[in-house]
Design a protein around this ligand. Structure first.
Ligand code: HEM
Length: 519
């Protein structure tokens, strides 16, 4: 509502203001004076002067063309001059911190009428606190950064550190010990993969893919090898600043020569004559957060195979930004290593056993990606349900077309199946050690990710069809769908390309085929 004292009018009084110089409209029981604004209106003057708009209730016309958030912008709130006597506004847009009441907009464990075998009271309290945090501190920042391509602000990293969100995003484990998690919303020893799933889904709900990755996706995938395989001295020196959001790390595996095919990598690490240093040469490409990282978890070819090494930014290492289809806020980099010297103590895991380090890390990376992929599909469903509900075509709501409902049925089904399979995997992870997960869940997680990204791409395509031209326009009603459709391939590639992951899932199953079975 506008800060000005609000007058009350009858609808008859408003009707008198229907001329070019004196132009009022009613939107959801609020009266707006557009007399001066009309010349600045992005949709032009003529649409405002139409007979059923000028001086009239333009609520339906307005919501077929604008998102609710237009009315919340301060420059437009000022246009409100009063309200209609005896009437209350009944419409709302996004309500920060709240659970959406649109069907299927939330996973069903969040809807009061449904039940879940997986989530307990701790998860429920935690979800509330995380949603409030993201709505209060992340949502607006992400919108700004997605647009201007800058790295998220240090103030936001600091806020996330204060609540220990950086640490929680690395999953359950010793690194949480002694920390107060989100003001005590969950105890470190109670924190499990469902709490982590909740954080990732709340981030996914923000729905901005590039700035979302800018919020230290590099830490989430680059730090676990350090935590799980780094020497104590190395961890003690580096980890505290990473978890405090003061220093940044990224995972540097893929190359222009080889992406998902880890064994085809060409970057080399050779020991110095005194055996005290690695000397690294080569390049890495598509490295998230690479442009601003201080540390790089690097996969290298070594004499006895493949070794993972933690490299610190220094002489011989350079990063350049790569322009991609999503925001530069993610800090996607091309990295060159020219005789970069690294102490051998920075080796993560055993020399020559780097493949195991990287492959076990992939499980966690793919799991968290599945969390956000399931959630962003749901956000697309919510946007589409709202759109078909408020949009009128040929005199009828868009949802009166059977073909539109069929698309929605497919979208809902995909979002639900991804979520339910994901929750089962999260449950398995809660029961297994990191090693058991690597052994038993690499296949299912790979298949889930590949399935989820296929679903997401189908949903993005269907959503664009429902939104029409708005689905290819970066501002206005279809802005989320346009963004989703443009950025959905990132999920299908990062962390392992779809086909490679499907194949991995089947190969893992074949490995476990009993030798004695026959048809
Ligand atoms: C408080 C009153 C209004 C405000 C503040 C407002 C503001 C805006 C804004 C910001 C846009 C740009 C769309 C975007 O990218 O989000 C826009 C577009 C538009 N507006 Fe309005 N508007 C108002 C009322 C109306 C009314 C009553 C109509 C007539 C039914 C109307 C018709 C349009 C049209 C046709 C467009 C272009 C839509 C498009 O490009 O898809 N506006 N308006």
């Amino acid at each position: 509502m506008s800060g000005k004292p609000q007058k009350e009018y009858t609808r008859e009084e408003v009707e008198k203001h229907h001329t070019t110089d004196d132009l009022w409209v009613i939107i959801d029981a609020k009266v707006y004076d557009l007399s001066k604004f009309k010349a600045l209106h992005p949709g032009g003057i003529s649409v405002l002067l139409e007979e059923d708009v000028a001086g009239r209730d333009a609520t339906d016309a307005f919501f077929s063309l604008h998102r609710y958030e237009v009315l919340e912008k301060p420059q437009y709130q000022r246009l409100q001059t009063g309200t209609i006597i005896g009437e209350q506004g009944r419409l709302h847009g996004r309500i920060p911190g709240s659970i959406s009441s649109v069907p299927y907009a939330e996973p069903n464990w969040l809807s009061p009428a449904y039940h879940s075998a997986y989530y307990n009271e701790s998860h429920r309290q935690f979800q509330k606190a995380v949603r409030q945090f993201f709505d209060d501190y992340i949502y607006q920042e992400s919108e700004l950064r997605e647009a201007d391509g800058k790295r998220p602000s240090q103030a936001v990293f600091d806020k996330m550190a204060e609540t220990n969100i950086h640490a929680m995003r690395l999953g359950p484990g010793k690194h949480l010990q002694g920390r107060t998690l989100l003001g005590g919303a969950v105890k470190p020893e109670e924190f499990d993969y469902f709490h982590e799933l909740i954080i990732m889904q709340e981030l996914g709900r923000v729905g901005l893919r590039g700035s979302g990755d800018g919020l230290l996706a590099g830490l989430v995938i680059g730090a676990p090898p350090l935590i799980n395989f780094g020497k104590d001295e190395l961890k003690a020196r580096i980890l505290p600043d990473l978890l405090a959001g003061k220093k940044f790390i990224c995972l540097a595996i893929s190359e222009a020569h080889a992406g998902s095919d880890v064994t085809g990598l060409k970057t080399t690490a050779v020991k110095s004559e005194d055996g005290k240093h690695w000397i690294i040469n080569g390049t890495k490409k598509w490295i998230t957060n690479g442009t601003f990282a201080d540390y790089f978890t690097v996969g290298c070819k070594t004499e006895d195979g493949f070794t993972t090494i933690l490299v610190e930014r220094g002489p011989g290492l350079e990063t350049k930004a790569i322009k991609t289809a999503y925001s530069a806020s993610a800090g996607t980099a091309y990295i060159t290593f020219d005789d970069v010297r690294v102490p051998v103590e920075n080796t993560l895991g055993e020399e020559g056993a780097g493949l195991f380090v990287i492959l076990s890390n992939f499980n966690h990376e793919r799991f968290i990606m599945c969390c956000s992929i399931a959630q962003t599909q749901r956000r697309a469903v919510e946007e589409c349900l709202k759109w078909v509900h408020q949009r009128t075509v040929f005199g009828k709501p868009l949802h009166s077309q059977a073909v539109v409902r069929a698309k929605l049925a497919a979208m809902i089904t995909r979002a639900e199946t991804c979520q339910h399979w994901l929750e089962n995997i999260a449950y398995q992870m809660c029961q297994m050690s990191y090693k058991r997960q690597a052994r038993l869940l690499a296949g299912p997680i790979a298949l889930l990710k590949s399935y989820s990204t296929r679903c997401a791409q189908d949903t993005a395509r269907d959503a664009v069809q429902l939104f029409g031209g708005r689905g290819i326009t970066t501002t206005g009603m279809g802005k989320f769908i346009e963004h989703y459709h443009r950025t959905v391939p990132f999920d299908a590639l990062l962390g392992g390309a779809e086909d490679v992951l499907s194949d991995l899932g089947v190969r893992q199953a074949l490995r476990d085929m009993p030798k004695d079975t026959r048809l």
